[in-house]
Design a protein around this ligand. Structure first.
Ligand code: FE
Ligand code: FE
Length: 187
């Protein structure tokens, strides 16, 4: 069992107020989803708390940390280094927060893009990040929030397709991992 208060205390010092509020929102939402789907409560809360623990680093710093600690950088991450906050977050979770649990580290690593064949905890954190109470910009949030507690995979699929159409609309390049996740769950 990881100590929730200890992790919170460190994060409160590191993150901006807004990011910290988002972090608590993800923690609570992940806890609620863990109750609904029978996931480990402590792991869900810790993964929720730490998912954005590297978000305060600028892109250049994230790239530098990856190089220093030999974390692989793909072409897409090279072009959009902010994405690396997930991978670096998992690295910090283990090196600075003492979290060695593979399930937690995986959920942090994949919280931005998802991945094919996600674990229950991966899905919970991915979804909690999207629906936590402080979020208000995405379309159909009420329906998606309801769906999260009815059918986790259906909810995941809805978020992925919203995310892809949003990226398309913006004319952004579509991150290959998000696309691979979508293709995997579309079947
Ligand atoms: Fe994030
Ligand atoms: Fe987040």
């Amino acid at each position: 069992m990881y100590n929730i208060d200890d992790i919170r205390a460190i994060l409160k010092n590191k993150l901006s107020e807004k990011r910290y509020e988002h972090t608590l929102g993800v923690e609570y939402t992940a806890a609620a989803l863990a109750m609904r789907y029978g996931a480990d409560m402590n792991k869900a809360r810790v993964a929720g708390l730490l998912h954005d623990c590297a978000k305060y680093f600028p892109g250049e710093k994230l790239l530098a940390k990856c190089r220093k600690h030999h974390l692989e950088i793909n072409q897409y991450e090279q072009d959009y280094p902010e994405l690396l906050h997930a991978k670096v977050g998992a690295y910090l979770a283990s090196s600075k927060y003492g979290v060695q649990d593979e399930e937690i580290l995986s959920a942090i690593t994949w919280h931005t893009t998802g991945r094919p064949d996600m674990t229950l905890l991966d899905k919970i954190i991915y979804i909690a990040d999207y629906i936590e109470p402080n979020r208000n910009k995405a379309p159909d949030l009420d329906e998606i929030r309801e769906l999260a507690f009815k059918d986790l995979d259906e909810c995941l699929m809805t978020i992925l397709s919203h995310t892809l159409s949003y990226l398309k609309e913006k004319g952004s390049v579509i991150d290959p991992t998000t696309f691979a996740t979508y293709e995997y769950y579309r079947r």
